[in-house]
Design a protein around this ligand. Structure first.
Ligand code: GLU
Length: 312
């Protein structure tokens, strides 16, 4: 049996083991997300050599939601550099809910780019002459990571925009402190649009594998992000990527990850692989229930904890 056969078998075993897990609730803050079938479930791994392993509903499309925050942070860093971006958004975990309306008391910055306030501040930094230019740059960035054109789910975008009062309130607070610039409605739209980008589970694994491969998509060989910023993305994923479970995640699973409210998780094992999981029911912290279990099992079975020191 080859290593590939073993990996493929492991994915099938984990899929079968956790398919029957019936815990968690699908997100219902907008009707579009609450309509999803809770049984949809897929696990994909893409190695930095470009091998693809998939099981389950790997081509089912869903909105990327908070997972987009990682990638728009990368684009903001490319547009402005590390020093400037750090003046607008910090890199400190919050211990607060992802949508809490708190800014760092002293600096007035949002705490980090993985909570909504930080993500809105990050997205507001994406350059472009017009709203269409900015959106196109964002979509082109996703294209590079995924290797094909991406589209926006317009009904999710419109619902997010219509109901996003809390995000709007945060944007106004940050505008008050000079953390984002006018016109804020334009940046909010771009944020709601980035959350509404449609992906499937295999796309997630390819995006993660691109980060594992120092910014080069291992399938198309196209560079998606300047190599020097990959470490910034992985650092904030590691410390802040899994909502209020980030510390426990770092301790037990031990690789950088990011989850989103539609039930997606990406995991990055540097120089080895990207992991994508999709299963909509969420736990109380907002992470996919099956996704967390699968990552714990993968980390253990494949020794993926980045600080594991097997044999040293
Ligand atoms: N669109 C969601 C929001 O801004 C994203 C939240 C998430 O995936 O955590 O509230």
């Amino acid at each position: 049996m080859t290593d590939g056969d073993r990996l493929s078998q492991l994915l099938h075993t984990l899929h079968q083991r956790y398919q029957s897990l019936r815990e968690g609730q699908v997100a219902d803050y907008i009707p579009e997300l609450s309509k999803v079938d809770p049984d949809l479930f897929s696990i994909c791994i893409v190695t930095t050599q470009g091998e693809i392993y998939s099981v389950g509903d790997h081509d089912h499309l869903f909105t990327v939601q908070s997972i987009s925050k990682v990638f728009s942070y990368g684009l903001a860093l490319e547009d402005h550099g590390r020093d400037y971006v750090l003046t607008r958004v910090g890199v400190e975990p919050t211990g607060e809910d992802f949508n809490s309306i708190v800014l760092d008391e002293a600096s007035k910055r949002p705490y980090n780019p993985m909570v909504n306030a930080g993500a809105i501040a990050t997205t507001s930094l994406i350059k472009g002459k017009t709203p269409v230019d900015r959106l196109n740059r964002l979509l082109e960035m996703f294209n590079r990571y995924i290797g094909h054109d991406v589209f926006i789910d317009v009904s999710v975008f419109l619902s997010e925009r219509m109901t996003g009062h809390r995000n709007r309130a945060m944007a106004h607070l940050m505008r008050n402190f000079g953390m984002i610039d006018d016109p804020i409605e334009e940046s909010l739209d771009l944020y709601f649009q980035q959350c509404s980008v449609l992906v499937n589970c295999q796309d997630l694994a390819i995006m993660a594998a691109t980060l594992a491969n120092r910014g080069i998509n291992p399938i198309t060989q196209e560079r998606a992000i300047d190599r020097r910023y990959v470490r910034d993305l992985l650092s904030v994923m590691y410390t802040c990527g899994m909502y209020n479970f980030a510390g426990e995640w770092a301790y037990t699973v031990g690789f950088p990850a990011k989850s989103g409210v539609s039930g997606g998780i990406i995991g990055v094992v540097p120089n080895q692989m990207g992991i994508g999981i999709f299963s909509p029911p969420l736990d109380v912290r907002g992470n996919s229930v099956r996704g967390v279990q699968v990552c714990e099992a993968l980390s253990q079975d494949l020794n993926l904890h980045v600080f594991d020191c097997q044999g040293c």
